[in-house]
Design a protein around this ligand. Structure first.
Ligand code: CA
Ligand code: CA
Length: 222
């Protein structure tokens, strides 16, 4: 085969590769220290700044690392068991808002994520209410979104290409006056799937490799 034919063949192969050269991905989306942006309700706090930290869960809560994930219970302060901060009871108003933002590639994708909260949470996807907070009490909320293992809300949605936002509003409903009798926190564990274009560097690397191969073959035929 002549060098010109080899190059034409390689370019053809590259064009085919380019047409299908996408990489499937599944990115975890788990609660953890500093894992997402958060803010506090200005109705309850003078300083609304917030950084997520890990807290110790109550023995009746869903345990950390649900479904083998890295997810752990988080809060704006040590409002968990043995903690030093009693989250204010909000009675119908949220305490802490967590925001997760992510991007889906041109072929679309999906999200599967479980959410727990003490005492309950409101969950929005792109501004649309997906789960309303529950103010009935029986070990935190009496139904999802609550804190016990079977009281998670399961966010399971197809996603179009572009930027998406999940907002989780945590509520403190219990009337206990100590941190240990009325802890507060949020836990979420899941993943985002979708297809994103291969990094340009990978495509260039592939082209360079094929070019080198063509030169070697051409040299061998001389
Ligand atoms: Ca409950
Ligand atoms: Ca509580």
């Amino acid at each position: 085969m002549k060098l010109k034919d080899i190059i034409v063949t390689i370019l053809g192969a590259c064009a085919m590769l380019g047409a299908t050269f996408t990489v499937a991905s599944a990115a975890p989306l788990n609660s953890g220290p500093g894992s997402a942006s958060c803010e506090l309700n200005s109705n309850l706090f003078v300083d609304t700044s917030c950084t997520l930290e890990a807290i110790t869960p109550h023995r009746l809560w869903q345990s950390n690392n649900p479904d083998g994930s890295d997810a752990v219970w988080v809060s704006y302060a040590n409002t968990g068991i043995g903690g030093d901060t009693l989250a204010p009871t909000s009675k119908g108003d949220w305490v802490m808002k967590i925001t997760e933002t992510f991007h889906i590639g041109p072929n679309g994708g999906s999200i599967q994520m479980k959410v727990w909260a003490d005492d309950t949470a409101g969950i929005y996807l792109n501004g649309n209410l997906m789960a309303a907070p529950q103010f009935g009490q029986n070990v935190c909320a009496d139904k999802p979104v609550g804190c016990e293992p079977d009281e998670f809300y399961f966010l399971d949605e197809l996603l179009s290409a572009g930027t998406h936002t999940i907002e989780i509003y945590g509520y403190q409903v219990g009337t206990g006056k100590t941190v240990d009798s009325n802890p507060f926190g949020v836990l979420y564990a899941g993943s985002i799937t979708g297809e994103v274009p291969a990094p340009p560097a990978l495509t260039l690397f592939g082209l360079a490799g094929l070019g080198l191969l063509a030169r070697r073959r051409a040299a061998a035929q001389r």
